[in-house]
Write a protein that binds this ligand. Structure first.
Ligand SMILES: NC(=O)C1=CN([C@@H]2O[C@H](COP(=O)(O)OP(=O)(O)OC[C@H]3O[C@@H](n4cnc5c(N)ncnc54)[C@H](O)[C@@H]3O)[C@@H](O)[C@H]2O)C=CC1
Ligand SMILES: O=C(CO)COP(=O)(O)O
Ligand SMILES: [Zn+2]
Length: 348
């Protein structure tokens, strides 16, 4: 008997382009949501775009948070219940979007994603990434009902946020390799469609590297389309596997060991150089990953991340413990192997 089934959840409206923030009201109206919105944001995005949202929705309630945590999710849930919010509008980088995504899941209400930075591929995904103590949870949640990504706004964001988004996409190369490895060695379920989409997204971005330059709105357009595509790959997979492998485990450990030092995307990019080395050895593709990152202006060394050598080695040797996700790191790499990988690849 045929017994396979799949349920792919995707946003209904995805608007990407110049000035589309002013169409947020229209995009929300089309969703037939009821009740008042609660704006979930963090300090800089609130300052940059909060008023443009209020211009469309009136003087709505808002909550500003600067750390992704279960406590932050709880605060949003409590506030939304207090004001009887009908839905959430997430405005900002990856953290407010992850918080709102998970809070809307707890509240059983919809949310709309309004990125102010093309810095991560959680803009569209149905996963929420929240740290807790020594571990990192990639929690299943519904994706946004709508995404409104204004390339004019995204192009004005600090350039390093865009290069972080590029690096988050480039890390799909190693994430997909890790996923395939886990499929072969551990029988982890693999989706050919999601794997191919994630990999193709990274390839198309690298092919467009020459057009990714500061000050060009075209760059925000190219990178945001890739972030959307990568998020769709996660939705097809029903997991963050297509976009998160060992390089993400490394980054999640850095978040614990050296919090707030470097951007998520930059950390996963540097991680991908080293995990590609573990996959394919000294003559392998790690140079291609390093060169692609460097062409786009993303960091390729510990120094550029602002993270010291000892922390990089500790993160690499302990990354496998952060989550139950089989990758090229297996049961862990030794300190000697980590130093060798980081040195050969020029990360140290
Ligand atoms: N759920 C998922 O599938 C995914 C989740 N993530 C998560 O997203 C987070 C990383 O996202 P980030 O955006 O790097 O973090 P973030 O939300 O902390 O933003 C980084 C910084 O940029 C600032 N910022 C945002 N837009 C700005 C603008 N237009 N102008 C000036 N400053 C601006 C923020 O205020 C913050 O200080 C991590 O927690 C990561 O785990 C990342 C990828 C996928
Ligand atoms: O950052 C992500 C994909 O780019 C999400 O992955 P995690 O599941 O590792 O949090
Ligand atoms: Zn990521």
């Amino acid at each position: 008997m045929f017994d396979k089934s799949t349920w792919i959840k995707l946003p209904r409206n995805v608007l990407v382009g110049h000035g589309v923030l002013d169409q947020l009201g229209e995009a929300v109206e089309e969703l037939y949501l009821s009740g008042r919105p609660l704006l979930v944001t963090s300090p800089s995005p609130e300052r940059i775009a909060g008023d443009r949202i209020r211009d469309q929705f009136g003087d709505i309630d808002s909550i500003s948070l600067d750390r992704a945590s279960f406590e932050a999710v709880e605060r949003v849930v409590e506030y939304a219940n207090e004001i009887d919010a009908g839905y959430l509008i997430a405005l900002g980088g990856g953290k407010p979007i992850d918080i709102a995504k998970m809070a809307s899941d707890h509240l059983n209400c919809g949310f709309v994603s309004v990125p102010t930075a093309a810095s991560h591929d959680g803009i569209v995904s149905g996963r929420s990434s929240i740290p807790e103590g020594d571990t990192r949870h990639s929690v299943a949640a519904d994706p946004p009902l709508a995404v409104v990504a204004d390339t004019e706004l995204l192009a004005e964001a600090p350039w390093e946020l865009t290069t972080a988004g590029c690096a988050d996409i480039i890390s799909n190369y190693t994430a997909v390799k890790d996923w395939q490895l886990a499929h072969r060695l551990q029988n982890v379920e693999y989706s050919e469609y999601a794997g191919a989409l994630a990999q193709m997204t990274a390839e198309l971005l690298v092919e467009s590297a020459d057009s990714i330059k500061p000050g060009l709105e075209e760059s925000a357009w190219i990178v945001t389309k890739a972030l959307v595509s990568s998020g769709v790959a996660m939705s097809i997979a029903g997991s963050s596997r297509p976009a998160s492998g060992a390089e993400h485990l490394f980054s999640h450990q850095l978040d614990r060991l050296a919090p707030g030092r470097a951007l998520h995307g930059h950390q996963v990019g540097v991680g991908a150089i080293m995990t590609e080395y573990f996959h394919s050895g000294e003559r392998g593709d790690w140079r291609n990953i390093r060169d692609a990152l460097s062409t786009m202006g993303a960091p390729t060394t510990a120094e550029e991340l602002g993270i010291d050598e000892a922390t990089v080695i500790e993160a690499l040797t302990t990354a496998h413990t952060i989550r139950d996700r089989y990758t090229i790191l297996g049961n862990g790499v030794s300190e000697e192997a980590a130093i060798e990988a980081a040195t050969i690849t020029g990360v140290l």
